[in-house]
Ligand binder design. Structure first.
Ligand code: DGL
Length: 261
């Protein structure tokens, strides 16, 4: 069991920001990543569609012998985590709970959340944050263009800068100094966000909080792999040239990419 890979999925390149944090924290683990590029973007799809995609992705990762599933996607965590947990007999970690646990360790009374339209509409972040601290003030904003621009490899383009300016407006106005990057594509914009805000801000990367939770779980359940013995692999549901380029830029290690149906 220990040697089996950690299965990670997202709609596209975004979840690689989570994969890269997992790799840093757990270098002995074998990783398999499923990018559901065929169904990208998830952010504007219905709950039923997201549940469908999430079930298919989880099934595929289980077929590939994953020992645990990481939903490296805010939208799928918001809309499908409960269904996946009730349907599959495998440990599944989403990005919301570990991040809210991290937030609650600090004494915060105001926080920003940016995410896809589907995630913001679901109210999943607010629900979890308020469950732990009913006094916290939450300023959230849907950023519908960000995942697509990043997926096309244009995050640092003029358009990227323009939309960041627009989306950061409510945070800048209120000088919000802690913002949850509630979509896994958003760490790609970290530099632009900092430049636009122009004051010190903590941008909470869910990849970091998820990999901490994952390490704890594997340790407590004696599931850590002692020595890396297999190559990491990325599977895509549709071949994408942009994906390869972005993966190369985002990850500072080589990883093979394959296509699956
Ligand atoms: N990276 C995903 C998320 O965290 C999906 C973005 C999208 O496909 O729209 O929400």
């Amino acid at each position: 069991m220990n040697k089996r890979p950690i299965g990670i999925f997202d709609s596209g390149v975004g979840g690689l920001t989570v994969l890269s944090e997992i790799k840093k924290k757990l270098p002995n683990e074998n990783l398999i990543y499923l990018g559901d590029t065929k169904n990208f973007p998830y952010g504007n799809k219905s709950k039923e569609e997201i549940i469908d995609f999430a079930i298919q992705n989880t099934q595929k990762l289980i077929e590939l012998e994953a020992k645990i599933i990481v939903i490296a996607c805010g939208t799928a965590t918001s809309l499908a985590l409960d269904v996946l947990k009730s349907k599959f007999n495998i440990q599944i970690i989403g990005i919301i709970e570990p991040t809210v646990e991290y937030v609650n360790k600090q004494n915060i009374n105001r926080i920003g959340v940016i995410a896809t339209e589907g995630t913001i509409k679901s109210g999943a972040w607010e629900k979890e944050l308020l469950k732990q601290n009913d006094k916290i003030e939450i300023i959230s904003k849907a950023c519908p263009m960000l995942a697509t621009i990043a997926e096309e490899g244009r995050a640092t383009s003029e358009e990227g800068r323009k939309v960041i300016k627009e989306y950061m407006e409510p945070f800048k106005k209120n000088k919000i100094d802690k913002i949850i990057l509630g979509c896994t594509h958003y760490p790609i914009y970290e530099k632009l966000i900092r430049e636009e805000l122009g004051y010190p801000v903590e941008l909470i990367n869910t990849g970091v909080t998820v990999s901490e939770k994952l390490e704890k779980y594997l340790k407590n359940n004696n599931l850590l792999n002692a020595k890396k013995d297999n190559e990491d692999l990325i599977f895509l549901s549709k071949p994408e040239d942009d994906f390869k380029k972005i993966a190369k830029n985002l990850l500072n290690f080589d990883i093979k990419i394959r296509q699956i149906s």
